[in-house]
Design a protein around this ligand. Sequence first.
Ligand code: GDP
Length: 429
Amino acid sequence: MDTIFALASARGKAGVAVVRISGPLAFSAARQLAGELPEIRTAGLRKLVGQGGLVLDEALVLCFEEGSSFTRESVVELQLHGSGAVIRAVLFELSEIDGLRFAEPGEFTRRALENDCMDLAQVEGLADLLEAETEAQRKQAYNVLSGALGSIAEKWRANLIRAAALLEATIDFADEDVPVDVSPEVRSLLAEVSSALEKEVSGSVIAERIRSGFEVAIIGKPNVGKSTLLNALAGRDAAITSEVAGTTRDVIEVQMELAGLAVTLLDTAGLRETTDTVEAIGIERAMSRAQAADMRVFLLEHENESLSIQPVDGDVLVVGKADERNSTEFSVSGVTGQGLDELVSKISITLSERVQGAGTATRERHRIAMKNAKNALDEARIEIDHGADRSEFAAEEVRTALRALDALVGRVDVEHLLDEIFSSFCLGK
Ligand code: GDP
């Protein structure tokens, strides 16, 4: 194993920058720069001296012994003064030491995975935690990082291993009288895991939304004030507003945080009959994006307007340009700000309610693994219904489900996933 090093904190000026070294030569490399190292896990202030005897910086040095570091290898962290020049000088000195090389993006985490410090789902949780921008994303990512998905999968595994063992015992006794009928217990074990899987699969759709953000589309006729409303909500000029109908020809996205959730607001082309081909394409896109969005805000000219898309549960209907009208219905004005707080709170409430159903699993990959497991268990139950002489087939289906759960936490089939997952990591992690 090479010894690797990288800047673990962000680039740019800061009070402190952290350089991390991991691998068999970590301590000796650090000793070359800092002299005598402080005790394990005790920070010590040291002068870092380069090969020419030049002092590079004064840094806090922190050593972690093999077996109890993030990567499980020997690790040294150097907390430097956070300037570009200091960082460059220290990284250069490290690169001059034999046996040391720059880490690839995500390589520290990859070593943690390979040394069994984390399962694959935890690695994904860590990637999400590093990306987290909202409170809900942070909570969810931390939950996955702390191993929540692994512990659920472990419980399911234990049930399935017992079910497989019971079924296999039946195969061995096939020609004799089986002392007890195992099928009721197997059935209940499989049913329990099946329903838990089903719940997690449906909860993962919402969990994925927390991770990647909810989409809220603002729709309505041209010139009702959609762009102005979006700008008012976003607090900046994100969409072009003008008095000529049909300005917003494409879908404009603005990301914001509402009630701790990541939300992408979509400003869509005004819905109207048109002979302009470009505008017609915009309208078509608007319709399909609006329909696919998590919720829609219908901005109306007046209360009794006919709608070109049918609102569904959770959508909000609101009359626009409240300052020009005396509407008795819920109305907003992007110009004066009237009704904006109420609109934001309606959107927040709807999304917050949906978040209640969020599961632990957060990704399409998790969902596929869990669906595969569930399908295999459905097959197993069908085999069990056929009687004891099909136990072998039932057992095989249970083993298929077990393999799917192993894929969920990355116990099997990992290699092809790793490059993709680690490519999303930043340098030094
Ligand atoms: P869109 O086509 O639905 O996106 O509408 P715009 O946001 O581009 O607005 C069209 C016109 O209506 C512009 O001249 C805006 O200044 C005006 N407008 C938008 N919102 C309001 C509002 O709340 N009150 C008033 N009085 N005018 C508005």
